[in-house]
Structures are given as structure tokens and as C-alpha cells.
Design a protein around this ligand. Sequence first.
Ligand code: DQA
Length: 149
Amino acid sequence: MSQGKVLVLHGPNLNLLGTRQPEIYGHETLDDVNNALREKADLKGWELNSFQSNHEGALIDAIHAARLDGTLAIIINPAAYTHTSVAILDALNAFEGTVYEVHISNVHQRESFRHHSYVSLRADGVIAGLGTQGYQAALDAAIKALRKA
Ligand code: DQA
């Protein structure tokens, strides 16, 4: 029996991780990131599911599914939808578990349109600029928070 489910959601263009602007996003692929997260979750007895989409509606559908399947935490890098999507914010507002927002790059050091996040209005925690390690930090934090709950 696992301790619970965590969902990791990756937004648009993150399927290109490792080859997309590696000077900003690094050389690890999305599979590398997901495998490392799954390894940590397995060790700690949690079930980790991950999903990437380039489509806003598909991400929203995944959040809706998480409301019903017992998922306790969502770790989301909404990518460019961070800065545009009221619809993803609304979907996360309808999810009752813990939400952590992750950005690989330090969005606050970049163009001003990346400084605003709709998702941050809902997120229980935000990590930016730690590279792909940010996902690991979010998973550690989620597991700790859920254990306490
Ligand atoms: C990103 C930052 C966003 O501004 C950008 O659109 C991305 C990735 C990050 O992980 O640093 O696609 O969310």
C-alpha cells in the first residue's frame, strides 16, 4: 500500500527539455526528471504519476482527474501557461490537495512578462531557479507536508 499519490504536471514545451535552450533549462530530459522523481517517491513509499502536455485543456483535464482519484498533491510547472492561464488557476482552485509550483529557471531574473504567475495565487509553495532540482525539492516538501497532515 502506498502512502498516497502525487501528480507531477509539465506544461508546454517541457517535452523538449534537454534540447530546448539548455543554457536556461539544462541538459536533463523530461524522462530523466520523471524517473528521478519516481525513484525518490518509490523509496519513500509514495505513488508518483507524471503527465506533460502542450495543450491547456489536457492539463486542466488531468487536474480534474486528480480531484477524483485520491491524488494528495500536485507539483506543476505550467511553463508559459503560468503567465496566461486563468483556466489552470481555476482548475487548481477546484483541487483540494497541496499544490507546489516549480520553475526550472529563475523567472524573476527574466523578461517582465514572466514575473507574474496566475498559478501562484493558488500554490502552497513556489520554487524557481533551482534547475530541475526544484522538482525534487517540491517532492520532498510535499511528502513532509502530507506526513504531518
Ligand atoms: C518555465 C518558465 C516559463 O516562463 C517558461 O515559459 C517555461 C518554463 C521554467 O520552468 O523555468 O516554459 O516554467
